[in-house]
Design a protein. Structure first.
Length: 451
C-alpha cells in the first residue's frame, strides 16, 4: 500500500474554523476507564485541541473493548457525525478489537501492510524484542483506509473518508495518540476544508492567585467586549483564561488587543500566553540571564526536579538537586545543623532556609529552591497542620523562607507546592532585567500563537 504523507501540524499557529457546522463525536475504548482504573485523558486532550481550532465535540462515548458493542456504537455515531474519532483498541492484544469491528461494520476487508511490519520490527529490535504473530495484528488495516504511521509506538493510526465524513482512529497510549493527532490528523482536517476560515483563540495563563481575584481584575475588560467568550480553568495554583469569539466575525486584532490588556491588568500574576509549563517559563528566564538553579526537596519528593527536567534543554540552567526525606539526609547532604532540626523540627522556616542555602552551596548555583512540609494524610501539628509547606528561595541577593497552607490530598498538596515554588522564583526573576536582549517567554509565546 502506498502511504499518504501528511504535513506536520503547526499547532496553535494558525486559527481556523469550519466553513459550515460540523458534528464531531468520540468513541473511547477501554475497560480500565469503566472500571475507574485510569482517568479519561483522551477526552480532555481532544476537546482542548479541537476547541483551539474552533471545533466542539457533540457527544462522547466510553465503551468496553467488546467487538459487538464497538460495531453497534460505531454504526450509530457514523450516521450522525461528520468527524468521528476513536481512541484505543488498535494494539496487539485480544482486547484490541476496534480495527476489526469497524472494518466489519463498514463491510471492508482487512489487508496486510508490509511497510508497517518492517517499521514495527525495527522498533522492537531496538528494545531487544522480536516480532510475534500477535504483534503483527497491528499490520492490518481496512481496505480503503489510510495508515497514519506511529513514530513513537507500534500501532499506526487510521484515516477514512466517505463523502463529507471523516473517521480518525487513534491508538490508546496518550503520547502516541497526541503525536498522530497533532502531526497527521489536524493537517488532514485543514486540508479537507474542515478548518478553513480564520479562528482566534488565546489562552492567558496566570499563577499564584485565586480564580475569583483574577475574574475581579478582568471583568471590567470583558464587559467592554461582549463578543468575546471567556472560559476559566483553575488547577494547582494556576488559572487559565481562554478568550475566543462568541460568533464569527471578531478579528484576531481585537482578540490580541484584549489579551494584551489582560496582561497589563494582571501584572506579575500573568505568566504567559499559551499553556507553557511554569518550569519552562522559569528555565527560559534563567537562560536569558545566564543563571543556574538547584533544588532541595523533602515533601515534594523529586517533583520539583522532575518539573525542570521535563523541559528539553533544562541542563543549561538546572544544576541538580537533592531529595532529603529524613533528617539524616538533610544533615549529611545539605549541612542542615542537627541542633536546628531538634529545636524547630524538620517542617519549619528555619530548616527550609538551611536546606536552600545548603543546596545552592553544594551545586554552586545562582538560585535555589527548597521544600519541606506535611503533605498528608498523616503528620501535622497544631502549629503546622497537614497541608503546611515551607518553601525556601535562594538568590544572589540573599535567602528567604515562606509558609503556605494548601488544601487537598497528598498528590494535590505536593503539586501545589511545586507550582508555588516555581512561581516564587518566576516573580523574583521578573524584577531582574534579561541580559540576552531576546524576546521574553510571553512575547515569544504570543508571537507563535498569532503569527
Amino acid at each position: 500500500m502506498k502511504r499518504t504523507s501528511l504535513p506536520v501540524a503547526q499547532e496553535l499557529k494558525n486559527f481556523h474554523t469550519m466553513a459550515s457546522p460540523r458534528r464531531i463525536e468520540l468513541i473511547i475504548l477501554g475497560n480500565e476507564l469503566l472500571l475507574g482504573a485510569r482517568t479519561n485523558e483522551h477526552l480532555s486532550y481532544l476537546a482542548s485541541e479541537l476547541g483551539s481550532y474552533g471545533l466542539s465535540i457533540a457527544r462522547n462515548f466510553v465503551i468496553q473493548d467488546d467487538a459487538s458493542e464497538i460495531g453497534k456504537v460505531f454504526k450509530d455515531a457514523w450516521k450522525r457525525s461528520n468527524i468521528l474519532i476513536t481512541t484505543g483498541g488498535l494494539g496487539p492484544t485480544s482486547n484490541d478489537n476496534t480495527r476489526e469491528a469497524i472494518a466489519k461494520a463498514l463491510g471492508r476487508k482487512l489487508k496486510f501492510d508490509e511497510d508497517t511490519r518492517i517499521s514495527i520490527e525495527e522498533r522492537l529490535s531496538q528494545t531487544g524484542m522480536t516480532l510475534t504473530e500477535k504483534v503483527m495484528k497491528q499490520c492490518y488495516y481496512p481496505e480503503g483506509f489510510t495508515l497514519l504511521p506511529n513514530r513513537i509506538g507500534t500501532a499506526p493510526g487510521l484515516l477514512y473518508r466517505e463523502g463529507n465524513k471523516t473517521l480518525i482512529m487513534l491508538p490508546g497510549p496518550t503520547a502516541e495518540l497526541k503525536s498522530i493527532f497533532e502531526k497527521q490528523a489536524i493537517p488532514h482536517l485543514k486540508k479537507s476544508n474542515f478548518l478553513v476560515h480564520e479562528k482566534n483563540s488565546i489562552l492567558v495563563r496566570t499563577a499564584g492567585v485565586a480564580e475569583s481575584i483574577i475574574e475581579e481584575h478582568l471583568t471590567p475588560i470583558f464587559e467592554k467586549h461582549p463578543n468575546i467568550k471567556v472560559g476559566f480553568c483553575s488547577k494547582h495554583n494556576l488559572v487559565d483564561i481562554r478568550l475566543s469569539p462568541k460568533r464569527p466575525g471578531l478579528s484576531s486584532k481585537t482578540l490580541k488587543k484584549t489579551a494584551e490588556t489582560c496582561k497589563q491588568a494582571l501584572g506579575n500574576h500573568f505568566v504567559c500566553f499559551g499553556a507553557t509549563p511554569l518550569a519552562e517559563v522559569v528555565i527560559q528566564m534563567l537562560a536569558e540571564r545566564k543563571k543556574t538553579i538547584a533544588v532541595a526537596e523533602s515533601c515534594t519528593g523529586g517533583l520539583l526536579a522532575n518539573a525542570f527536567t521535563d523541559v528539553p534543554g533544562a541542563s543549561q540552567v538546572f544544576a541538580g538537586g537533592d531529595i532529603c526525606y529524613n533528617n539524616d539526609a538533610k544533615i549529611e547532604l545539605l549541612d542542615v545543623p542537627e541542633s536546628l532540626l531538634l529545636q524547630h523540627g524538620s517542617v519549619s522556616a528555619e530548616v527550609a532556609l538551611a536546606m536552600v542555602t545548603g543546596v545552592a552551596e553544594r551545586f554552586c548555583s545562582d538560585y535555589a529552591l527548597s521544600s519541606t512540609g506535611f503533605a498528608g494524610p498523616g503528620g501535622g501539628t497544631k502549629e503546622n497542620p497537614v497541608g503546611t509547606v515551607y518553601l525556601g528561595f535562594y538568590s544572589p541577593l540573599g535567602a528567604w523562607s515562606r509558609k503556605i497552607h494548601f488544601m487537598g490530598d497528598r498528590p494535590t498538596v505536593k503539586q501545589h507546592a511545586v507550582n508555588a515554588a516555581l512561581d516564587w522564583v518566576r516573580r523574583e526573576l521578573l524584577e531582574e532585567p534579561s541580559l540576552s536582549g531576546q524576546p521574553s517567554i510571553e512575547e515569544w509565546a504570543l508571537a507563535e500563537i498569532l503569527k
